[in-house]
Design a protein. Structure first.
Length: 174
């Protein structure tokens, strides 16, 4: 199988943030191999009430971040994508809902313990550690794609775009 060129690579970056008095909102940015946006989706803030806090207990974070926010974002993606990239512990369970391979990115330092328990394969590239959360057979392909992508822009840079876009959207909403 031939390696995909940069123009054939599409990556989805997922991030979520909690906005005071609004709730948790997430964003999905799909970019091509040179970092150009193909799609952007964001959720309305998801707030929880006291009854949900009681009923969900320790699983509340997974419910809000993964089932309400991330699952909604993934269902909106129309582009063909190769991988989903996350860097937040709160989004770990997204790998259970994703039809695409999901990799956790860690910039500097060691993986949190939760990652080591869920990861099938890890590797490091340019100071960024990658952990496969599903589809461990795709780790070598992800390494090749990270190399091609990183030649254009840092592989973790799209996360910052999502954060800025969510901040902007919520500043307008206030």
């Amino acid at each position: 199988m031939a390696e995909p060129s940069s123009s054939q690579i599409n990556l989805a970056f997922l991030a979520a943030a909690e906005f005071e008095s609004l709730g948790v909102s997430g964003g999905a940015l799909v970019v091509n191999g040179v970092g150009r946006p193909l799609e952007f989706h964001c959720t309305s803030p998801v707030s929880v009430n006291r009854t949900q806090e009681i009923l969900f207990g320790q699983s509340l974070s997974d419910y809000v971040y993964c089932e309400q926010v991330a699952q909604s974002l993934l269902s909106e993606i129309k582009s063909t994508i190769d991988f989903v990239l996350i860097r937040q512990i709160e989004l770990l369970k997204v790998a259970e809902y994703s039809k695409w391979p999901v990799f956790f990115l860690q910039v500097g330092g060691e993986f949190p313990q939760e990652i080591m328990h869920k990861s099938h394969h890890t590797f490091e590239f340019e100071g960024i550690a990658f952990a496969s959360l599903n589809h461990s057979d795709k780790a070598e392909q992800m390494k090749q794609i990270a190399n091609k992508f990183h030649a254009q822009i840092p592989i973790d840079e799209p996360f910052e775009r999502i954060t800025q876009a969510l901040d902007e959207a919520h500043a307008i909403a206030r």
